[in-house]
Structure formats: structure tokens, C-alpha cells
Design a binder for this molecule. Sequence first.
Ligand SMILES: [Zn+2]
Length: 125
Amino acid sequence: MACMGNWVCFGCRITKRRPTWRRVTYTRPESIGMRGNVKCQQCSKLMYFLGPTIQIPPKSKPKEWAKLYDALIEFRQEFAKKHEIGKVKLRHELEKAISELEQRGYNKEREKLIKEYEERLCRHT
Ligand SMILES: [Zn+2]
């Protein structure tokens, strides 16, 4: 079901509402804080997507906007860190799986599996 999400310009403290998914904050957290194709009507810079759940301060409160911006940057950094950790973990798991298969000696099934893992390894690193 569609609901309204907020797009903001931090410079002008302008908010635009556009339809989005209700659960986008949970299903695609990486989209929070991204800039899409919505432009600010005042400065025509690309606006930041904040999703449907983040509270937007009133235009008259620049300090709260600054706080929101800091929180957003922090959220993006945390997310990037977690994502990076996830990638490293996955790579280690795949490398371990490959070397275990190799140690058990070759047969057709294992060769296929090793190839599959190696392809995933390429995609994820
Ligand atoms: Zn603007």
C-alpha cells in the first residue's frame, strides 16, 4: 500500500511529500538519505529522501534541521559500516566453504558448487 514519504532540502528547509511504500524504512533502509529525482522548488538542488516515518521539523527551527541532518549523516555512516562488515563476513564464509570443498577432493558436484561460490565471491567483493 502506498503512503506519503518526505523529501527534504536542508538548505531551504523545504519538505515535499511523494507516495512511497509504508515499510520502505525497514525493507530498504539504504534509501533513507539518498537523493533521487525530486528537486527543491527554491534552489533546484536534489532533495533527500527521508521516508514516511522520520519527523520533519518546522521550517522555523533551523537548529532542529541541523540536528536532523547530523542524525541522517550518522545513520548513513552506521549503515555503510554495517554493510561493509556484512560483506567481509560473507566473503570469509564463501572462502571457507570453497577451501572445505577443495579439501574433500574433486567430483562433479563439488566442482559445480565451488564454481558457484567463486562466482558469488566475485560479485560480492
Ligand atoms: Zn532548496
